[in-house]
Design a protein around this ligand. Structure first.
Ligand SMILES: Cc1cc2nc3c(=O)[nH]c(=O)nc-3n(C[C@H](O)[C@H](O)[C@H](O)COP(=O)(O)OP(=O)(O)OC[C@H]3O[C@@H](n4cnc5c(N)ncnc54)[C@H](O)[C@@H]3O)c2cc1C
Length: 403
């Protein structure tokens, strides 16, 4: 460790006073954050971090916001792949991939879900067949967020078709820019194309890109999913890092003059609360009992989501798999944003459905309202979270499984 916890605030403040410059290109700024260890302070010192706990990460996030500075890169790469490589990758794999993750040069995506394997992910059918020093991949993935911009992906594929379904899977890293990988964007009801279908036809993965052991990929997958905690954190970055022009002055991204990719995404919890309160006050509804009740319901869910995300982070810091808090936190986050959507649309009336710059809040309410249903599906549906809580927390009998 380079810092004790109480030093973190003063140290990062001093570093920002010396180094934050809105005119710097964002690529240069991200490299500086990586080299100083302040981008990912919870990563080990030898891997562009400071070896601090997740609490330190929250302090740094607050200090960046207070300074008006732009934060580090975010997305599948930083949220899931980086921590996984630190835990289960080989030294050689960390050398190859971590630098481009922490400095935002490389965008990654997650090739897990298939047309017939979402909730039942272990039932996936994409195959990986060994051929000398390579694995040959065939199959189809779907709902792959950000695949169109991604340079690399994490992939789960079946390596033993004869084994029971959880025991025949392996976990790989695949390069997206190769002839066997075809990405087809899907248009969502928001008008955005965040999702994609990905067709894999004799795509190639070198044997060095296996994470963990052959046919032990299910354990790696579960570990990876535990790192989705950042997406549960109501103050974590939502959505995916855009394919930025890395020469963009970072101040334009920090001030919102250039879209950083989060404008159409879910707001952070504190931002959502500020937006909601502002709408209620501007419309003179802050003395209306039913409106106040719903606003307090939102606020309660926000506090539950914050608390459970802190507990999940503490479990991961202690090297454990987080438990029920992951499911409870996700359910709270989804309920929180459903309450937000319903209340915002009630406060704004039909104006809340308008998109475009002249609409209230730049049309963001309509965009968020259309994105909320996806929250209850991504990363495991509400029903799956309920089943996990029922079986693993409450000890109720297991749901009947088709196989
Ligand atoms: C915004 C968003 C981003 C996503 N990004 C990615 C990504 O980047 N990469 C990726 O691989 N995938 C991604 N996904 C896919 C996501 O992981 C799947 O959609 C999800 O796991 C559900 O799978 P499914 O769509 O196949 O639905 P299904 O599993 O077919 O479920 C259909 C319905 O049946 C219910 N159901 C299923 N099984 C049970 C059960 N045992 N008990 C009770 N009810 C059940 C479900 O709750 C659901 O209501 C994303 C999805 C969304 C919405």
């Amino acid at each position: 460790m380079t810092d004790t916890q109480p030093d973190v605030q003063s140290d990062v403040r001093a570093w920002l006073d010396e180094n934050w410059d809105p005119a710097r290109p964002v690529g240069e700024w991200w490299k500086m954050l990586a080299n100083s260890g302040w981008g990912y302070p919870h990563y080990p010192v030898e891997w562009s971090g400071r070896g601090l706990s997740s609490d330190a990460e929250s302090i740094v996030t607050e200090e960046l916001a207070a300074k008006g500075a732009f934060g580090p890169p975010w997305g599948v790469a930083t949220m899931m792949v980086g921590p996984l490589l630190l835990e289960l990758g080989t030294e050689e794999q960390r050398e190859r991939w971590l630098e481009g993750i922490v400095d935002g040069t490389d965008i990654w995506c997650q090739l897990f879900s298939e047309p017939e394997a979402g909730s039942d992910l272990a039932g996936l059918k994409t195959t990986a067949v060994r051929d000398g020093d390579e694995w040959i991949i065939n199959g189809q993935k779907v709902w792959t967020s950000g695949a169109i911009d991604a340079k690399r992906a994490i992939l789960v594929a079946r390596t033993d078709p004869d084994a029971a379904k959880h025991h025949g899977l392996s976990f790989f890293i695949i390069e997206m820019d190769q002839p066997g990988v075809e990405v087809r964007p899907l248009v969502q009801m928001t008008g955005e194309s965040e999702f994609n279908e990905v067709f894999l036809t004799n795509a190639v993965v070198p044997v060095q890109n296996l994470i963990g052991e052959i046919n032990k990929g299910w354990g790696v997958t579960l570990r990876l999913l535990s790192y989705e905690r950042n997406s549960l954190d109501p103050e974590g970055e939502a959505g995916l890092q855009n394919k930025f022009d890395l020469s963009t002055p970072v101040g334009l991204l920090a001030s919102g003059e250039v879209d950083d990719g989060t404008q159409t995404m879910m707001p952070k919890g504190s931002e959502a609360w500020a937006m909601l309160l502002g709408m209620i006050q501007e419309n003179g509804l802050d003395t209306e009992a039913p409106i106040r009740q719903e606003a307090m319901r939102f606020y309660s869910m926000l506090q539950i989501a914050r608390y459970t995300s802190l507990r999940a982070a503490a479990a991961i810091d202690a090297g454990q798999l987080p438990g029920s808090e992951v499911s409870l936190g996700k359910l709270a986050s989804v309920r929180m944003m459903r309450t937000w959507r319903d209340l915002a649309l009630r406060v704004l009336g039909p104006n809340g459905q308008i998109v475009g710059e002249d609409a209230p809040l730049g049309g963001r309410v309509a965009q968020i309202a259309l994105s909320v249903p996806g929250m209850s599906i991504a990363g495991g549906t509400d029903e799956i979270q309920h089943n996990i809580v029922a079986e693993r927390v409450l000890g109720l009998p297991r749901e009947p499984r088709p196989n």
